[in-house]
Design a protein around this ligand. Structure first.
Ligand code: COA
Length: 459
């Protein structure tokens, strides 16, 4: 069996049993069952609870071995002391995969119990995610087997998180911010399935365009970096590695029990493997957004187009800091653009269209730039003014770049008050890499350039 086939029951199960499904709303075992139901999972679902006839209209069984059909995935939500017996029963039922939600294992020093449940699982060739996890969301199976929010926006990124609470918070945040995800996996204590297994799996998963990992530490660094190096050939991996400060590293090690290690060693290893390390959550999502919605540029010559000198300067500073090159505008392009520009505009790069620029000017300008062979990417910036409607400008930028199917990378910033924010969210909804500040639009483009450099270095 390939590694991909082995993990398939976690993501594409035909039947799920929730061991420890509770009758009481608000309890974790109840909420997971409810989320599975609300998310529209189309397979069979079996709550296991010795004291109940049915829960949420699903017929209950007192024990998993009593279910008269094959079970692909078990979700174990019983107190830690009862997990070993539950895993053994799943093994007897020949369940190939189990997620153990329960806490109370190595994260609190109870390593013996964790080791013994893994030994039981291995005896039955069962793979385990957890313990100490909040579960899995997988858009392709319409399966929300978590106790997080019941609605999650589908998308193109597989998000692997070592932090439970942070992952749960991000589940709501991604939907709020219109960043879709194809999968969310809370890996908990990584007693069996770890980051390397999941990277191997998602690198072959066609519904996944990019992989995002929140990591505090690694148990088997070598294995992870080997997997990552292979996976990066197919899709980008962005890592947020917490614990870069000394105190942060101590906090990470007491949080999940994993060794955070020397940060400098991690940084070097990420770089060598071609993994992009983000400094913050915001930066990670900004990168992912640009990567998911854009092709990799064919070169590095970028053009900034703006209606405000100030944001143009900020974007230019950011470009320089990140090593992005702004092209000198050639004479023939200047000639072409002259008709669109007022005499007081600037033809240098950033091209300053001035505050007069309306949606029509943006539409034409971006179209011309993207059609040029010598322009490899465009960063479009808009500062809100009283005379121009940001919503129309947002629409124009999307339309001129192929309505979300750009053949060249483009990122945009819609800077300003309420209307700009609405314009920015609508652009995100239409799968366009839009940002609320100029610097973040540059960061998005930087991710695409970094991806290009990585792929070029492998040729
Ligand atoms: N088989 C089947 N059902 C069982 C069972 C077993 N072996 N043992 C208990 N149950 C039933 C109980 O009767 C109960 O159902 P009810 O509420 O209808 O009576 C339900 O399963 C849950 O058992 P209970 O003993 O009430 O546990 P709990 O809900 O208080 O806590 C956990 C269980 C797993 C949620 C808890 O121990 C825990 O670990 N919480 C932390 C989880 C967490 O934070 N994970 C990490 C997130 S990042």
């Amino acid at each position: 069996m390939t590694a991909k086939e082995e993990l398939e029951p976690f993501f594409a199960p035909k039947s799920i049993a929730v061991v420890g499904a509770s009758r009481k709303p608000g309890k974790i075992g109840h909420e997971i069952l409810r989320n599975i139901k609300l998310s529209g999972f189309s397979g069979n679902v079996f709550p296991i609870n010795p004291g109940a006839e049915s829960i949420l209209d699903f017929k209950c069984y007192e024990n998993i071995t009593k279910i008269p059909q094959r079970i692909d995935l078990a979700i174990i939500v019983v107190p830690a002391v009862d997990t070993e017996a539950a895993v053994r029963e799943c093994g007897e039922k020949k369940v190939p995969a189990a997620i153990i939600i329960s806490s109370g294992f190595s994260e609190v020093g109870n390593t013996d119990l964790e080791r013994s449940i893994i030994e039981v699982a291995q005896k039955y060739r069962m793979r385990i995610i957890g313990p100490n996890t909040f579960g899995i969301f997988y858009a392709g199976s319409k399966m929300n087997a978590t106790f997080g929010p019941n609605y999650v926006l589908g998308g193109k990124t597989a998000f692997i998180t070592q932090s439970g609470a942070l992952g749960l918070a991000l589940m709501s945040w991604t939907t709020e911010e219109r960043y879709g995800v194809s999968a969310i996996v809370s890996i908990g204590n990584k007693a069996d399935v770890d980051d390397a297994d999941l990277v191997d799996y998602f690198s072959l998963d066609e519904s996944v365009k990019s992989i995002l990992i929140y990591m505090e530490g690694l148990k088997n660094g070598r294995r992870f970096f080997e997997s990552a190096k292979r996976a990066v050939k197919n899709k980008p991996i962005v890592v947020i590695k917490a614990g870069s400060s000394q105190r942060g590293a101590q906090a990470a090690s007491s949080h999940t029990g994993s060794i955070a290690g020397q940060d400098i060693v991690f940084s070097a290893a990420f770089e060598q493997a071609g993994v992009m390390r983000a400094e913050s959550m915001t930066q990670a999502f900004d990168w992912i957004q640009a990567i998911n919605e854009n092709p990799v540029p064919e070169g590095e010559k970028m053009v900034i187009v703006t209606n405000g000198g100030g944001i143009g300067v900020l974007a230019t500073d950011r470009c320089e800091k990140l090593g992005l090159s702004l092209m000198d505008i050639p004479a023939d392009l200047k000639e072409e653009l002259r008709t669109l520009m007022p005499s007081f505009g600037s033809m240098r790069n950033p091209i300053d269209l001035t505050a007069n620029a309306d949606d029509e000017v943006y539409r034409k300008m971006v179209s011309i730039l993207l059609a040029r062979k010598d322009v490899h990417g465009v960063i479009a910036l808009f500062c809100q003014t009283a005379n121009i409607d940001p919503l129309l400008v947002g629409e124009a930028i999307i339309a001129s770049s192929g309505g979300g199917k750009a053949t060249k990378p483009i990122t945009a910033a819609m800077v300003g008050g309420h209307l700009s924010q609405v314009a920015y969210s609508r652009m995100l909804e239409k799968k366009f890499a839009a940002y609320p500040t100029a610097e973040r639009a540059v960061d998005g483009m930087y991710a695409l350039i970094a991806r290009r450099r990585e792929l070029e270095s492998r040729k």
